[in-house]
Design a protein around this ligand. Structure first.
Ligand code: IDP
Ligand code: MG
Length: 134
């Protein structure tokens, strides 16, 4: 493994439901470092850039609305194998299938509002960090 940076974002439901502290604590407990962090809205342009790969899918419009609906926590997280580590702490995309002990398994209920985003590769991470921390 290598020292990596990843982009993660506590989505509007995670912020609204008061899970910021617990989620950050889990990243830190796992040995990851929060390098940058900002609480604020996602612009329409940022949402579209982040989710470009999903354009045209049935859930796309709802996803863009949801992720721009309220404040989020944008983070750059670093550490050994940070991309995979972050994804495994997050759990499966569908909270109904996410294992207990994962962020989505513990704090999410439905696919439409699944608490957190995390880059799926080093290349995606670089792109997404550029979108949110230009
Ligand atoms: P990921 O967030 O685990 O990487 P992706 O497949 O990249 O999952 O999907 C991006 C986001 O789009 C998901 O986190 C979720 O918010 C939303 N999403 C994906 N599939 C569906 C769906 O079938 N219904 C509603 N929302 C979905
Ligand atoms: Mg994804």
């Amino acid at each position: 493994m290598a020292l990596e940076k990843t982009y993660s974002m506590i989505k509007p439901d995670g912020v609204r439901n008061g899970h910021i502290g617990e989620i950050i604590a889990r990243f830190e407990r796992a040995g990851l470092t929060i390098e940058r962090m900002e609480l604020g809205m996602v612009t329409l342009e940022q949402a579209k850039a982040n989710y470009a790969e999903h354009e045209g899918k049935p859930f796309y419009e709802g996803l863009i609305k949801y992720v721009t609906s309220g404040p989020v926590v944008k983070m750059v997280i670093s550490g050994e194998g940070a991309v995979k580590k972050c994804r495994s702490l997050m759990g499966a995309t569908n909270p109904a299938e996410a294992a207990p002990g994962t962020i989505r398994g513990d704090f999410g209920l439905v696919m439409d509002e699944n608490v957190i985003h995390g880059s799926d590769s080093v290349a995606s991470a670089e792109r997404e960090i550029g979108v949110f921390f230009a």
